[in-house]
Design a protein around this ligand. Structure first.
Ligand code: NDP
Length: 329
């Protein structure tokens, strides 16, 4: 069995040397435990924060210890009546080929309606993030204009589609023409732009001439200011993440447009998905049927093999993924 451990903490952008592949003995399940053959591992931007030795809403990864993260796999041995061999489960012991857990740490998933990997993306943590940020934080209403950055990623691609289902106008930004075309041609976004080649202030003026009601912030930097500049009175900003800053070694320069929150009465509110976990059943009841029938589409970028998990993670910061980044074992 193999696992990836944290070899050292990154300074700035993480590098392959921060990770190490280790061979370990096959874990043997005790009473009340389950042994799981992991099939898909999740790599997510928030894991960058856990590589630092800093207090945050999740504790840091420890040097020499395996990293953690979402994973789905098949139960091989179950020393607990709640699960049986062959069950598909979702759990948090990722970055390893085999997971040994107390049965309560593994949640059974229905792999018949959607592929199991979807529980790491559109029907999992990123999906709930999109749903909660749009509905509970951004308070999007039918008829409003929603702008989401990082729109071709796991969270962003669902934000725009949920906005459309709600009767909103959906505008997205992403890096590169292929991603932009995916948003407008396949996902039904009303407009999208490539933030690498078009000035975001002008792009938003072009795509949302009457202004934005809700900005779903995934990236930070110049797009935050561009959203404030193009925001309507009483606009709302749901701050989900700012990936453009995760590898910074110095605090970034401040916003140049922040003063606009006063005359425009803008409400800026950050959130963490764990605070909305009680809404998971409501989210699944609403979104799983839309995914199962194809009304909501999702894509995955798939790396293969435990040894390529660090590369998949590093590639998030280069925009190598369209939709959810996963590793197939
Ligand atoms: P994505 O699938 O969106 O992958 C990350 C994407 O970020 C890349 O594909 C890339 O897309 C974009 N990106 C990377 N570097 C930059 C940069 N310097 N400037 C602009 N864009 C960049 O990841 P997720 O959907 O999982 O996460 C999206 C955001 O949501 C992140 O900020 C994440 O931290 C946050 N998040 C927050 C949660 C919460 O509870 N608050 C929970 C889950 C996620 P491109 O090619 O378009 O540049």
């Amino acid at each position: 069995s193999h696992q990836i451990v944290l070899a050292s903490r990154p300074k700035g952008a993480p590098v392959p040397e921060n990770f190490r592949l280790e061979a370990v003995a096959m874990p043997a399940p005790g009473a009340g435990e389950v042994l799981i053959r992991n099939r898909f591992l999740s790599v997510d931007p928030y894991m960058r924060g856990r590589m630092n030795d800093a207090k945050s809403y999740v504790p840091p990864f420890q040097i020499g210890q395996p990293l953690e993260g979402g994973a789905v796999g098949e139960v091989v041995t179950a020393n607990d009546p709640s699960l049986k061999p062959g069950d598909w489960v979702l759990h948090n012991a990722g970055w390893r080929e085999w997971a040994l857990l107390p049965a309560a740490g593994a949640q059974k998933i229905d792999a018949a309606i959607v592929p199991p990997s979807a529980y790491l993306g559109v029907l999992g943590m990123p999906g709930l993030t999109a749903w909660a940020g749009l509905n509970k934080v951004g308070l999007a209403q039918p008829g409003e204009t929603v702008f989401v950055s990082g729109a071709a990623g796991a969270v962003g691609s669902l934000v725009g589609q949920l906005a459309k289902v709600k009767g909103c106008t959906a505008i997205g930004s992403a890096g590169g023409p292929d991603k932009v075309a995916w948003l407008t041609d396949e996902l039904g976004f009303d407009g999208a732009f490539d933030y690498r080649t078009e000035d975001p202030v002008q792009a938003l003026g072009r795509l949302a001439p009457k202004g934005i009601d809700v900005y779903f912030e995934n990236v930070g930097g110049p797009q935050f200011d561009a959203a404030l500049i193009n925001m309507k009175l009483h606009g709302r900003v749901a701050v989900c993440g700012m990936i453009a800053q995760y590898n910074a070694t110095e605090p970034p320069e401040g916003s140049r447009a922040i003063m606009l929150v006063v005359p425009k009465r803008i409400n800026i509110r950050g959130f963490i998905v764990v605070d909305y976990w009680q809404h998971l059943p409501e989210f699944l009841a609403e979104v799983a049927p839309l995914v199962a029938t194809g009304k909501i589409k999702f894509r995955e970028t798939v790396y293969e093999g435990i040894e390529n998990t660090p590369d998949a993670f590093l590639a998030l910061f280069k925009g190598a993924n369209t939709g959810k980044m996963v590793v197939k074992l």
